[in-house]
Structure formats: structure tokens, C-alpha cells
Design a protein around this ligand. Structure first.
Ligand code: RTP
Length: 155
């Protein structure tokens, strides 16, 4: 089956500070690479408080919100934008449930995390938020739209 180009989506994936500090960056990137999605943006970044507040503005009323902002700004994060057919939902499945103890083995959180407040990775929850968050965390020039070369090294 050839997937329709209209189904191509973008999602914003972020290795949170605990994931960076535990040395899980390569492991997490590789799960999206191996699945077959296309990386269009990648950077290590110390998130300013204002950006964390904008990103999590829908959670402002939650009791855990101040701790969440402290956590996300506590050290560098790895920001990624991935593109592909159905990438938003697929990435959420690869990531697993918000509470790592509920996340299935085989998912990133199910394999690598224990606490909801230290759940190593973020993924956009809708195609709209995928676009919104990609635009929020990346400047236009930081994203690459690219097509693989006809690879002469694959015989
Ligand atoms: P994310 O946005 O990070 O992918 O997480 P999510 O959609 O799975 O979960 P959401 O409900 O949007 O919560 C965002 C992040 O807030 C932290 N959180 N802490 N009870 C708590 O202490 C609590 N609940 C949520 C987590 O870091 C969660 O990923």
C-alpha cells in the first residue's frame, strides 16, 4: 500500500532532562529511527522557563505544574521533530503510558522509566499539537526537509 501524502504528519519529541542525564539520548532516538520515521530537526537545548510554561500551558491548573516546569528546565533537553505517515499516534505508542509503571514493556517508558514525574520523554498528542510544538521549539532554519539520495552504496 502506498500511503497518501496527506497523511504525513509532524510530531515533536523531546528527551527530558532525566533522559539526557541518564545517557538515554541515543537509545531513544534509535527507537524512532528504527521504526522508520524521518528526522527533520534535532538539538540539545536548555529550555527557558517561559518556553516551558508556553509548552505546558494547558496543564497550568494542575497541582504538579510548578514541579513540571522545574523539572523540564532543570537541565538540557534533546528536541526532535519527526515526520511520517501516522507519526503522532505511532510515536505515542512507542513512548507508552504517561505513568511508566502502567507503560507496557517494549515501550520507551515501560522499559526505561519508573516515575510519572521522571518519564524521560515527551511526544505530541495530536497532529495539531505536533505542528504547534515543532514551531514552538524550532526556528524555521533549524528544520531540514530532505529526501534520501538514490543510494549508490546500497547494492
Ligand atoms: P507528555 O506531554 O510529556 O508526552 O506526557 P503525557 O501527554 O503522557 O502526559 P500529560 O498528562 O500531558 O502530562 C505532561 C507531563 O507532566 C508530568 N506529570 N506529572 N501526577 C504527576 O505528578 C504528573 N502528571 C503528569 C509528566 O512528566 C507528563 O509527561
Amino acid at each position: 500500500l502506498v500511503a497518501s501524502l496527506e497523511q504525513v504528519q509532524q510530531t515533536y519529541i523531546m528527551v527530558k532532562p532525566d533522559g539526557v542525564q541518564r545517557g538515554l539520548v541515543g537509545e531513544i532516538i534509535s527507537r524512532f529511527e528504527r521504526k522508520g520515521f524521518k528526522l527533520i530537526g534535532l538539538k540539545l537545548f536548555q529550555c527557558p522557563k517561559e518556553l516551558a510554561e508556553e509548552h505546558y500551558k494547558d496543564l497550568k491548573a494542575k497541582p504538579f505544574y510548578p514541579k513540571l516546569i522545574d523539572y523540564i528546565t532543570s537541565g538540557p533537553v534533546v528536541c526532535m521533530a519527526w515526520e511520517g505517515v501516522g507519526v503522532v499516534l505511532s510515536a505515542r505508542k512507542l513512548i507508552g503510558s504517561t505513568d511508566p509503571l502502567q507503560a507496557e514493556p517494549g515501550t520507551i517508558r515501560g522499559d526505561l522509566a519508573v516515575q510519572t514525574g521522571r518519564n524521560v520523554v515527551h511526544g505530541s498528542d495530536s497532529p495539531e499539537n505536533g505542528k504547534r510544538e515543532t514551531a514552538l521549539w524550532f526556528k524555521e532554519g533549524e528544520l531540514c526537509q530532505w529526501t534520501p539520495a538514490q543510494a549508490p552504496w546500497l547494492q
